[in-house]
Design a protein. Structure first.
Length: 271
């Protein structure tokens, strides 16, 4: 059993919703990432989603785009990101780590080389935004052979046919995008999310994480009532951006926010 599955099973037994923060590796400078990962776990993160900087992040809004630009200014590559995960694993062998990024850097490294290196580094799951299920069978097979979970996105516009197709090949969990558009955009309507998750639940037994549009403890608590995981990205990265010139202050700022989310999410748990 992989770390992702084990973590969700543990949380389910505790009647708790997972908290998954997203940060871009290398933002605002490479030395921040590993200490921040440890700090987020201490603040209540159950899994960590680590963004791989990319020059053309089509699914990301301006906040996360700028985070990628800051990381790329330090020449942070996919290999560097894997080194960061390996550094994190030197002290934490339990917290699942999911890489989120785009296909081009993986293709440059080579599918098999990437999967082997990611597995050795301690990565648990891989979400490739621009690798749809129709075009990623080879990648999925190679990831599975390396015991890496392929994580897929579902959108408000996903048909039941597409949900079923993704359910066939995804593992670990599925990531439901709560709003139409890029990260950090739009208004979160939890009633609409709950309605959309009903067919998702019928078609997969995988845990369902919900992200995009979660900006504060109140919205996180509402999502926690309908999802297995609350995924928070832009709200965290925006706080980091405000402290880009004072990176030593980032862990406290991010973790204060995460602690508030953790308390509020846990307050929604049913005994």
């Amino acid at each position: 059993m992989g770390r992702i599955t084990q973590r969700f099973e543990t949380l389910s037994g505790q009647h708790k919703t997972a908290l998954i923060p997203f940060v871009t590796a290398g933002d605002p400078q490479p030395s921040v990432t590993v200490p921040l990962m440890h700090a987020m776990v201490a603040a209540g993160a159950d899994l960590i989603e680590l963004g791989v900087p990319f020059s053309d992040p089509m699914a990301d809004g301006p906040v996360i785009q700028r985070a990628g630009e800051r990381a790329l200014a330090h020449h942070v590559s996919l290999r560097d990101v894997l080194d960061m995960v390996q550094g994190f694993r030197a002290q934490d062998t339990r917290t699942p780590v999911v890489l989120m990024g785009y296909l081009n850097p993986i293709e440059i490294m080579g599918y098999e080389a990437f999967a082997a290196r990611a597995g050795d580094a301690g990565v648990d799951g891989v979400l490739v935004v621009d690798a749809p299920p129709e075009e990623s069978h080879e990648l999925v097979e190679i990831l599975r052979a390396a015991r890496l979970d392929p994580v897929y996105l579902l959108a408000p516009t996903s048909t039941e046919e597409r949900i079923a197709k993704i359910a066939e090949i995804a593992s670990g969990f599925v990531y439901y995008i709560s709003i139409k558009g890029i990260t950090g955009a739009g208004h979160l309507d939890v009633d609409q999310v709950a309605a959309k998750l009903r067919p998702v639940r019928r078609l997969t037994e995988l845990p369902v994480g919900v992200g995009f549009g979660i900006r504060d403890p109140e919205s996180a608590a509402r999502v926690a009532q309908v999802a297995d995981a609350v995924i928070v990205g832009s709200a965290i990265v925006q706080r980091m951006e405000g402290l880009a010139d004072a990176p030593h202050r980032i862990p406290d700022a991010v973790c204060g926010f995460l602690s508030d989310l953790r308390v509020t999410i846990d307050g929604t748990a049913e005994p």
